[in-house]
Design a protein around this ligand. Sequence first.
Ligand SMILES: Nc1nc2c(ncn2[C@@H]2O[C@H](COP(=O)(O)OP(=O)(O)OP(=O)(O)O)[C@@H](O)[C@H]2O)c(=O)[nH]1
Ligand SMILES: [Mg+2]
Length: 241
Amino acid sequence: MKKLIIIATYNEKDNIAKMLADVFSVVPDVNILVIDDNSPDKTYEIVEGLMTNNYSGQLHLMKRAGKLGLGTAYVAGFNWALERDYDVIGHMDADFSHNPKYLPAMFGALQNGYDLVLGSRYVKGGGVVNWDLKRKIISRGGSLYAKIVLGLPLNDLTGGFKCFKRKVLETIGINELKSTGYSFQIETTYKTYLNGFKVKEIPIIFEDRVLGQSKMSGSIFKEAFLMVLKMRLNKNKFIVN
Ligand SMILES: Nc1nc2c(ncn2[C@@H]2O[C@H](COP(=O)(O)OP(=O)(O)OP(=O)(O)O)[C@@H](O)[C@H]2O)c(=O)[nH]1
Ligand SMILES: [Mg+2]
């Protein structure tokens, strides 16, 4: 199984070097693609240094011209992976909210027959630490809302710690996804499920960002609310024959 992890970065200079070191120490044979949107703090320069000096051949960088959003970064990364011979493709945040220690269990589930594995905060054993009540309610409520409207037997639909088998990304139409913001995660999982792939949730403890600035904003939730309804209405179009 040739494995790729995509890590999108925007102003992660305080996190990226340790993050890469941690992922490589947990999964020594993984490849990592960092997608940096020309971070003003020059995160990409740290990655370039590590590519030549430390992780030659295993670390890759896609540098984009400006801040284009996390969803478009993942689509670009998926396309990059499909142009190459990766069997499994995952993505995670650079700010240690997604602990690399869960990667072996996630890759293991893919090996055992699952097609998509979700790092899940909302199954037994999972959770969040350091979140205030408001953020907890918005996140939990968002997943519950999407679960009910879309009829999915899954509990964490907005998390960004996921691993896909290649054939899923080849099937779900990654270049035709409708969402860019918060609902991007819901849409990829929904399309995967609708097309008959096996989805597994693995419990993770999500830890809040310690270093770097938070980029949360309220408007993304409004977009997600409407997008979930649109997805439900487009259900039949999401099924690939
Ligand atoms: N390339 C790229 N990466 C992004 C962009 N927006 C966010 N990221 C990265 O995507 C990951 C998740 O973003 P976060 O800012 O941690 O989002 P969050 O966890 O919802 O919010 P905070 O941790 O509170 O800031 C991090 O690794 C970010 O650096 C973007 O526009 N382009
Ligand atoms: Mg974060």
